[in-house]
Ligand binder design. Structure first.
Ligand SMILES: [Zn+2]
Length: 243
């Protein structure tokens, strides 16, 4: 027997978010629901977009720098910026993708307003060509007549689209020690390591290796890594014990 209802399906059953780019002609007009930008390097690899993994942490918390397959095949990466956005007209909640250059307008808005949530924007390609430069204009949305939905976890949504494992919360927090809240950490997405974080990670690995590795060879390997990474400022115990 069919099960009829007068109610639309629950919003929680939403099956995922689409990535929307600036159209070739016409404008994209929407309002941002995320608090902040999410920046990630991607490759076009084997016919699809994948995130560059040269500086991320794997599930075990190990640094995997240098293991990005696309990087190793000398495939260039592009930096993309993502925000969750909502179109009031169509009630469409999606992920907007643009280049870092186009996203400067978002960064400036966030700088002034403290958040991107409620930032209305218009994105267009003035030259009306497929990969023409994108221009983004921002303004504060009038929220009197519009209720903004809660933003998705952008990192998780993107990982689902890319079909890659979601970085767990621990490794994401490790990559962003400056994150102030869990939501902040999650929004910042895959734990991209800065140079300093990478060095800190290697130090921790040395300390943890005592039980299973020969300490002297571990120390030598660590120092070689440190030099290769451009560190070696003599701070810390390893500098003192090096021969
Ligand atoms: Zn890569």
């Amino acid at each position: 027997m069919p099960s009829f209802s007068n109610r639309l399906p629950d919003k929680a059953k939403h099956m995922g978010f689409d990535i929307v780019r600036t159209p070739t002609s016409g404008n994209l007009v929407a309002c941002i629901t995320s608090e902040d930008l999410l920046v990630v390097d991607t490759h076009y690899w084997n016919g699809r977009t994948i995130p560059c993994e040269r500086k991320t942490l794997d599930a075990a918390g190990e640094a995997t720098a240098g293991t990005c397959e696309a990087c190793n095949a000398a495939t260039p990466f592009r930096t993309h910026v993502y925000v969750a956005a909502f179109r009031d007209k169509t009630h469409d909640h999606f992920i907007f993708e643009c280049t870092a250059h186009a996203a400067k307008a978002f960064a400036e808005y966030r700088e002034k307003a403290g958040t991107l949530r409620g930032c209305a924007f218009t994105a267009s390609r003035p030259k009306q060509t497929k990969n023409g430069k994108v221009v983004v204009e921002t303004r504060t949305a009038n929220l009197c007549h519009m209720t903004l939905p809660q933003p998705p976890n952008l990192a998780r949504a993107l990982c689902t689209i890319w079909r890659v494992p979601t970085p767990d919360h621990a490794s994401m927090a490790q990559g962003y020690s400056s994150a102030t809240s869990e939501a902040d950490t999650l929004l910042r997405g895959p734990g991209v390591l800065l140079q300093a974080d990478q060095l800190r990670q290697q130090r921790e690995q040395l300390d943890n290796a005592g039980g299973t590795l020969d300490t002297e060879s571990a120390r030598r390997r660590f120092l070689a890594d440190l030099v290769a990474a451009g560190g070696g400022n003599g701070e810390s115990k390893t500098g003192a014990t090096a021969k």
